[in-house]
Design a binder for this molecule. Structure first.
Ligand SMILES: Cc1ncc(COP(=O)(O)O)c(C=O)c1O
Length: 346
């Protein structure tokens, strides 16, 4: 943020901001390529994958994925319904192909997914779509599913760069940038070249959504989200300088266990409903045994400098999101506050 502020009026000595520079000028092309190279290095993305920086956030990809991968043919896809975001991805895909909901989250007692062996996989599915981290309910898959002969597709919006993934296991990864990458509106798509080539045949896919067209144009079929791409580049460089994804993974495991311990040792004052094996390291929703104290909790937290703890409007309650940008000291401060609040209000 400080670097953006300092160089905003005069980016790379051009006398104007990055937003005012042509996206095909050498300075911006260099910036764009550096961001891509840093993401490739951070995630160890093999050369036979394209990396695209696209408009429209993650939800545009809910449509772009089936449109590109079906490529004008009738296709069936398996969708793992793990919660809010997976369900939206599935509903959007239904417009373009036949969707088989192969597994559904259990939400009655503890929130959990059925074991993989019990998933009702369609034998002829072209791809298997899942959401490795459900941002609202705080459910995370700690193992990458085995897609068998199908292509594995993942919405990594709220988990990308928080832990290591073997990109080779996936045909396509997409993520809205706004959690661990940069400003909202940008989506990163990592797609194996042969899959993107399929899209070339899909005449009905708008060019700005067509992976093959975007790959051929260096993500510049139209003017790219220049400012978001530039900020993403700064974040990716910061990440590389700070130990990369392995360091974040370790830190995120520690951060989340501090908060889960605080919740689990609160004698029921705070409660998280996700089964232990499915608990997210990025998003930790919790409720108070006395829900009428929620507003007082939020007000006292804000007064203590702790912001953004209100749960998603679809879920209510409270939620702490421990994205890469949250330092361990921030989590300690939060748990100290929570302990104090419990002791004084419990
Ligand atoms: C897992 C997941 N998928 C998709 C989205 C939607 O992203 P966007 O608002 O960029 O379309 C979100 C929310 O930010 C998310 O957490």
């Amino acid at each position: 943020m400080q670097q953006v502020r300092e160089e905003l009026p005069d980016w790379r000595g051009g006398g104007v901001s990055v937003m005012e520079r042509g996206h095909r000028e050498d300075d911006f092309l260099r910036c764009a390529h550096e961001a891509e190279a840093d993401l490739r290095a951070l995630m160890e993305i093999p050369d036979d994958y394209h990396v695209l920086f696209l408009h429209g956030g993650a939800q545009l990809q809910f449509a772009a994925v089936p449109m590109n991968l079906a490529a004008g043919q009738s296709l069936t896809a398996d969708y793992v319904n793990s919660g809010h975001w997976a369900a939206l991805a599935m509903a959007e895909a239904r417009r373009y192909l036949t969707v088989n909901e192969c597994a559904t989250v259990a939400d009655a007692g503890a929130v959990a997914m059925p074991e993989e062996g019990a998933w009702r996989r369609g034998g002829d599915a072209g791809y298997l779509h899942y959401t490795p981290n459900e941002t609202i309910s705080g459910l995370e898959f700690h193992r990458v599913p085995d897609a068998g002969d199908a292509t594995l597709v993942a919405d990594m919006s709220s988990v990308i760069l928080s832990r290591r993934f073997a990109v080779r296991r996936f045909g396509l990864i997409y993520a809205g940038a706004q959690k661990n990458i940069g400003p909202a509106g940008l989506a990163v798509v990592i797609v194996r070249r042969d899959l993107a080539a399929r899209a070339a045949a899909a005449g009905a896919v708008p060019r700005v959504m067509n992976y093959a067209a975007q790959a051929a144009a260096g993500s510049m079929v139209n003017t790219p989200p220049v400012f978001a791409w530039y900020v993403a580049g700064l974040v990716l460089r910061w990440l590389r300088k700070n130990g990369g994804v392995a360091a974040m993974e370790k830190q995120n495991a520690e951060k989340s266990s501090v908060l889960y311990n605080c919740i689990d040792n609160s004698g029921g004052f705070y409660r998280n409903r996700v089964a232990a094996a499915w608990r997210s390291r990025m998003n930790i929703p919790f409720t108070l045994a006395a829900p009428q104290l929620e507003e007082a909790f939020l007000a006292a937290a804000a007064a203590a400098g702790l912001a953004g703890l209100r749960g998603h409007r679809a879920a209510g309650g409270l939620r702490a999101s421990l994205y890469n940008a949250v330092p361990p000291a921030g989590v300690l401060q939060l748990t100290e506050f929570m302990n104090h609040f419990r002791q004084t209000r419990g």
